[in-house]
Design a protein around this ligand. Structure first.
Ligand code: SF4
Length: 383
């Protein structure tokens, strides 16, 4: 477990300025929350030995991903990379393979790059100051605050999905929580709750645990809540309406095409190049057909796909429908992916990533993106 280190937190914002019914009672609030947390906290593997490295890996995995999904990935990852040096020395392809299925693969590449940075700049010791942790690739203000408070018990504020919800309800915030002014108020509130000395580790974990276990998105369990007496939303009976979150983005429909080109028992795959969404992962050749609602696969759509494979990947291929359609989401896109069988018309292209003929039995060993893996599993049954 890491000791206290680094700079102390900034001056606390007075919670009285934040219009919170618990202003002036922060000590009692913390005591109630921490007591509840110590009794009810979930048994999670990164809580067994909360040092900087383990908390960092868990926090990166938990970005955009549910705890229940992360646990097995975390255990596998820690078994293979028990400390920073082993991660830094690994091949990126191995890191991506262990990450396969977790999504948001940029996180894995940044984690790997950050491990190398820790070895180069800190001799392989996980840094123990907020500034050094914040300087790591893939670490933002929240993640740095979580690492510093949980691993080093430093008084650093946090603000993520669970705490946004808890804070907005405690404050009875009826403005959109995503607006800049609201966000600033929520950060100030998080700061105002921190104890001056030790205790931020359990406070911050308790706040997130409360958001996950009791102060849920739907039907918060207010009657079991250890801090309900300081909650404005509960007092006013508006907890189900908060936080107010206007949609962050408008979703755009898109139709993509993926082609399966066989040579004996081998299939043509492409390793996505730098700057692509799945950089470093293997994929079947895939293109965008249209940014529009999906059309049924027809001869016309097949011709459109052939043109797109030529234009986007330099791949001359004659396609016919494979009868496999998948739906998935990438950033703002809601994608319908249609699979085609393909007959190569010329050579395998050069550039636009790395190309390779891969034996069907080798596919389980490659790091594929999620839909690529689904297609590979489907093929394993079909071939
Ligand atoms: Fe959340 Fe209800 Fe507790 Fe308020 S009283 S913090 S709404 S669980």
């Amino acid at each position: 477990m890491g000791g206290r280190a680094g700079k102390p937190a900034k001056q606390q914002a007075p919670s009285s300025d934040l219009d919170w019914p618990g202003a002036g009672q922060e000590v009692a609030f913390r005591r109630a929350l921490i007591r509840w947390f110590r009794r009810h906290q979930r048994d999670l593997p990164w809580r067994e030995q909360p040092d900087g490295y383990r908390i960092w890996v868990s926090e990166i995995m938990l970005q955009q991903t549910q705890v229940a999904t992360v646990v097995a990935y975390y255990q596998r990852f820690l078994q293979r990379f028990p400390e920073v040096n082993s991660l830094a020395e690994a091949d990126e392809s191995e890191v991506l393979k262990l990450w396969e299925g977790l999504g948001y693969y940029r996180r894995a590449r940044q984690l790997h790059a950050a491990a190398r940075q820790i070895v180069a700049r800190h001799g392989g010791e996980f840094p123990s100051t907020f500034a050094d942790v914040l300087a790591l690739p893939g670490v933002g203000r929240y993640t740095a605050g979580a690492i510093m408070s949980i691993a080093f018990d430093q008084p650093q504020p946090i603000l993520e999905g669970n705490t946004i919800r808890v804070f907005a309800r405690l404050l009875g915030m009826t403005e959109c929580a995503r607006e800049k002014a609201s966000e600033q108020r929520l950060w100030s509130f998080s700061q105002s709750l921190l104890p001056p000395g030790e205790g931020s580790r359990d406070l911050n974990q308790g706040l997130m645990e409360l958001g996950s276990e009791l102060c849920r998105v739907r039907q918060p369990a207010c009657l079991l809540c250890p801090v309900s007496r300081w909650c404005r939303a509960f007092a006013e009976g508006i907890q189900d309406q908060l936080p107010v979150l206007t949609p962050r983005m408008e979703y755009v429909p898109r139709q993509d095409g993926l082609v399966l080109i066989r040579r004996g028992r081998k299939l043509l795959l492409r390793k996505c190049a730098e700057g692509e969404h799945w950089t470093g992962l293997w994929d079947f050749p895939r293109v965008t057909l249209a940014e529009a609602a999906p059309q049924p696969v027809s001869p016309q759509v097949s011709r459109l796909a052939e043109q797109a494979f030529q234009r986007e990947l330099g791949l001359s291929v004659a396609v016919e429908p494979a009868g496999k359609r998948l739906k998935h989401a990438v950033t703002k896109y809601r994608i319908t992916l249609d699979c085609f069988w393909g007959k190569l018309q010329g050579r395998v292209p050069k550039g636009r990533g790395e190309w390779a003929w891969v034996a069907a039995e080798e596919l389980p060993r490659l790091a594929l993106n999620a839909t690529g893996r689904k297609v590979a599993d489907w093929l394993a049954e079909a071939m």
